[in-house]
Ligand binder design. Structure first.
Ligand SMILES: [Zn+2]
Length: 211
């Protein structure tokens, strides 16, 4: 935890070989600076000290926060999940694999808002169906933004295929509360690190439809 790893990388712009510090273990309750960068989606931005060019460098790292009881493993696309011994006493800890800076940020927000990410994905899944039917275009991605149970709202941002303009959409918080039971009954068991994304939400809905 709170681990750093120093490596040398070759700048894709100028070809200079420079050392870089990778934060491979982050504790959300301690590493405020790193956490803020993840929330700003600048955590993986790297500035070359030789030429000043900024590029994105995705690398595996483990993020945990004991206050909220969750762990996120950031696994870049194409990388494989490492083999490690999992301590069984950590069963109460929710463990997720995330693969994009947007998803990394989204999961932190969801867990810090005290929400069940499985149910949030189900709400998002339903909204994507409605939105693509209404607009006639595929929805490329969607992310949770915020919620307010008192005002009965939950906000998401959706990105339609072939567009750079994100659409903000609001639904009722009570919808989330309704699908939470579906998530509890039909989501896969919490064993080890899971991906809980739109693909997983589709699988939960299939299981639910079969009964
Ligand atoms: Zn450079």
């Amino acid at each position: 935890m709170g681990e750093n790893l120093t490596k040398s990388i070759v700048c894709p712009n100028c070809g200079e070989c420079v050392p870089i510090v990778l934060h491979t273990g982050i504790q959300g309750d301690i590493s405020a600076e790193e956490k803020e960068k993840i929330l700003q989606e600048t955590f993986f931005s790297w500035k070359c000290p030789a030429c000043g060019c900024i590029s994105q460098l995705l690398y595996p790292c483990l993020y945990s926060d004991r206050r909220y009881g969750y762990m996120l493993y950031f696994l870049p696309p194409g990388a494989s999940f490492p083999q490690w011994e999992e301590a069984s006493e950590q069963e109460k800890v929710r463990k997720r694999i995330v693969s994009s800076p947007e998803e990394f940020r989204e999961k932190i927000l969801i867990f810090e808002n005290g929400l069940d990410d499985r149910a949030v994905e189900l709400v998002k899944y339903a909204m994507v169906q409605v939105l693509s039917r209404q607009s006639g275009v595929e929805i490329r991605s969607g992310v949770y933004l915020e919620s307010d149970p008192e005002k009965d709202r939950m906000d998401f941002l959706f990105l339609p295929e072939g567009s750079e303009k994100a659409l903000r959409r609001t639904t009722k918080f009570t919808m989330y509360e309704k699908v939470r039971e579906v998530a509890r009954q039909f989501a896969p068991a919490e064993t080890g690190f899971l991906r809980m994304d739109q693909k997983a939400a589709a699988q939960i809905m299939e299981r639910y439809a079969r009964g």
